[in-house]
Design a protein around this ligand. Structure first.
Ligand code: BES
Ligand code: ZN
Ligand code: ZN
Length: 513
């Protein structure tokens, strides 16, 4: 989708659809909405005032009105903004996404909108622009790469609803010409944020026969402007990453440890390392998952997708005075004649031995070596890992929030605050010393699955903590729930969500409404 920024009276837009935002209740219609309402013979007001109301202006609610020549635009999309006192960044992002969805359904190729007064008053023009582009880009997303859409050009409503239709141009109309530059700036940022969230979604949605470790490697290597070093299986073995090696050895697909790096031109203010779990398919290994739990396990690389997409966004956004490293251990978890067996004991890169009593707790095995490697390689000020690590996190928090835990309250709170701005929820889970009993093995330093149904997400966190230097500021994001959506919200359609990309970008750039 392209954005065009123009100045002039919003109501005079002459394309296919004009989007008009309306708050629920007071203060009622602003000047733009009034002009449109007047041209339509007060039709919007009548819809709002009807008993029962035809349109309540609830957040994301849309009402499509053909204009029959009363306005230059063919349709008006009346868009509910929800209550003004609740109109925060995430609401505006969601409302715009809902408007774009409505345009897609109408099979509109070019639409226009201005900024409702309530939005500008709530967050200022630059944030409003960034969020407009984010919402529009996120709402636009559909995964249809592997659908035969050869009939897309035909007049087939059902096909279009399945994603053949997309909005091509969104014109942002602003009556005050002196605001155009700021708007452009905000739109550019929001567009990049949405595009890279969608990129991560795309990788998660695509199937594991395409999205292999080699595919992720190739995606990472092809990012312009970033240094990318890749360790192959021989290097992984030579460095003593016994835990990672054990998981990877069961598959025909070769594993990789990808290292991406963004370096600012000036001396960086800090160095941050992001580590993403890249299990491109998790069958469970010999501790095989039942069919129903295995079905979606192409999404077990969502952490990797978030890290690669975040770094790619940084390479395009630039303007960041932080050195950012991405470490992505990627492999498949498969049963085979040479796969790991429950009970195998391995030595991780940091010298600790691990009893692998359950080959399905593989995420912590590949991450522990990646964490050791990241710390030795770049000695980061902050270390953040992001992983679809435990089903227990889905049980605890559902699809609504990721679990967050770690060694630094400052880092955890910073990420939580960024998540709030980004529209992604992170909820803290404890790493109590008492949970150390879950790591106790009779035959090795650690066991990979000792919790047996208790505090499983914290147990995963406790395991990883064993591989983090005592003084390191570290946070672990368990995104097993929110990485995959099973119901639609306007800005997050079903399927891979790209969860984490926005939180990480908001954290790095410090964007605020
Ligand atoms: N990839 C799964 C976790 C997962 C579950 C992600 C559901 C997304 C949705 C992970 O590798 C796993 O299998 N974890 C085990 C850990 C257990 C054996 C300690 C789990 O959650 O059952
Ligand atoms: Zn697993
Ligand atoms: Zn897994």
């Amino acid at each position: 989708m392209r954005f065009e920024v123009t100045t002039g009276p919003v109501a005079q837009f002459s394309g296919e659809a004009l989007v008009i935002g309306i708050p629920q209740g007071s203060p009622g219609l602003d000047d733009i909405a009034k002009a449109v309402d007047a041209a339509l013979g007060q039709y919007i007001t009548r819809c709002l005032k009807a008993e029962p109301p035809v349109f309540k202006a609830k957040l994301g609610e849309t009402l499509i009105l053909p204009t029959y020549g009363k306005l230059p635009a063919a349709h008006v999309v009346v868009l509910g903004l929800g209550k003004v006192e609740e109109l925060k960044t995430s609401q505006w992002r969601r409302a715009v996404a809902a408007a774009v969805r409505a345009c897609k359904k109408l099979r509109v190729k070019a639409a226009a909108m201005g900024f409702p007064d309530a939005v500008i008053q709530g967050m200022g023009i630059e944030a409003a622009s960034r969020l407009l582009a984010e919402g529009a880009g996120l709402g636009q997303y559909d995964f249809n790469l592997r659908k035969n859409l050869s009939k897309a050009g035909e007049d087939n409503g059902e096909l279009a609803a399945n994603g053949a239709s997309s909005l091509e141009v969104l014109s942002v109309i602003e009556p005050q010409a002196d605001r155009l530059e700021v708007i452009q700036r905000g739109l550019r940022v929001g567009q990049l944020v949405a595009e890279h969230t969608n990129l991560a979604r795309h990788w998660v949605n695509d199937s594991a026969n395409y999205v292999t470790p080699a595919f992720l490697k190739q995606q990472a290597e092809s990012i312009p402007g970033l240094q990318c070093d890749v360790l192959d299986f021989d290097a992984i073995k030579a460095l003593g990453m016994g835990a990672f090696q054990l998981v990877a050895q069961g598959s025909e697909q070769p594993p990789f440890l990808i290292h991406l790096c963004y370096k600012p031109s000036d001396t960086p203010s800090k160095k941050i390392a992001l580590v993403g779990k890249g299990v491109t398919f998790d069958s469970g290994g010999l501790s095989l998952k039942p069919a129903a739990s295995m079905e979606l396990m192409k999404m077990d690389m969502a952490g990797a997708a978030a890290v690669i997409a975040t770094l790619k966004a940084v390479s395009e956004l630039k303007d960041l005075n932080i050195e950012v490293h991405g470490f992505i251990p990627t492999c498949e978890n498969m049963p085979s004649g040479i796969s790991s067996k429950p009970g195998d004991i391995v030595t991780a890169m940091n010298g600790k031995t691990v009893e692998v009593n359950n080959t399905d707790a593989e995420g912590r095995l590949i991450l522990c070596d990646a964490l050791t490697y990241a710390q030795r390689k770049v000695d980061p000020d902050e270390l953040v890992d992001i992983a679809t690590l435990t089903g227990a996190c889905v049980t605890a928090l559902g699809k609504v929030a990721a679990g967050i835990m770690g060694t630094s309250d400052t880092l955890i709170q910073g990420l939580q605050a960024a998540g709030e701005q980004a529209g992604e929820k992170l909820w803290p889970l404890p790493l109590y010393d008492e949970y150390k009993v879950f790591l106790k093995s009779d035959v090795a330093d650690l066991i990979n699955s000792g919790a047996k149904g208790q505090a499983g997400s914290s147990a995963g966190g406790m395991f990883l903590k064993e591989f983090v230097d005592k003084k390191r500021a570290w946070a672990h994001l368990d995104i097993a729930g929110p990485a995959w959506a099973t119901s639609d919200v306007p800005e997050v359609p079903k399927g891979g969500t790209g969860f984490g990309v926005r939180t990480l970008l908001y954290y790095l750039y410090g964007w605020q409404a």
